[in-house]
Write a protein that binds this ligand. Sequence first.
Ligand SMILES: C[C@@H](N)C(=O)N[C@H](C)C(=O)O
Ligand SMILES: [Zn+2]
Length: 212
Amino acid sequence: MPVETGSFRPSELVEIVRLDPGIRLDIRYATANNFVGRPVYDEPRAFLQRPAAEALVKAHRWLKAHGYGIVVFDGYRPWRVTKLFWELTPPDKRNYVADPSKGSLHNRGCAVDVSMYDLNTGELVTMPSDYDEMSERAHPDYTGGTEEQRRLRDLLRTAMELHDFKVYRYEWWHFDHKDWRQYRVQDIPFSEIPVSELPSQPGEIPPSNPRL
Ligand SMILES: C[C@@H](N)C(=O)N[C@H](C)C(=O)O
Ligand SMILES: [Zn+2]
């Protein structure tokens, strides 16, 4: 684990679906359908630090007016999983995984991997690349693919960037929350994450302005 000095906020990891059950999960790291080829999580769950989780709920509600909802592939990720990803990824593809000597922003509970589903059909949308595809098609500025794929990718980016997230320059699905510097790298498994005493109810998060 990286040695981190300085002061940090106490961790308050919240389970995303408790804030808004309309946010869907597709936790491929709890299945064999991921770039490792086997499950690396015991449970298909997703957590974020509270400010990031609340911002994600606002992005999801903003997207509603456009006919889409958020699908989460991954949120908080224990550090040992970042270390495993790094070890299994060829050196020339390591732009697509975080260096464990620094830790991933996922380890701080402040990064989230997301896509969108169509509110009418319930289907996951098609983006210019698959999730975790380690190629230039994954880059948020990739100019290939279809116009519709790029429109969807750019709509997701707009929704997230209006709500305090920043896209990662090599992955259209990876977004960092602005508060990431305030939280430490952690390695606790999902089963040991304390249950928050104060789960926000859906109505407690003010709606974002859908006209923005
Ligand atoms: C592994 C991929 N889904 C991802 O999250 N990559 C970034 C760079 C990370 O590991 O933090
Ligand atoms: Zn990510």
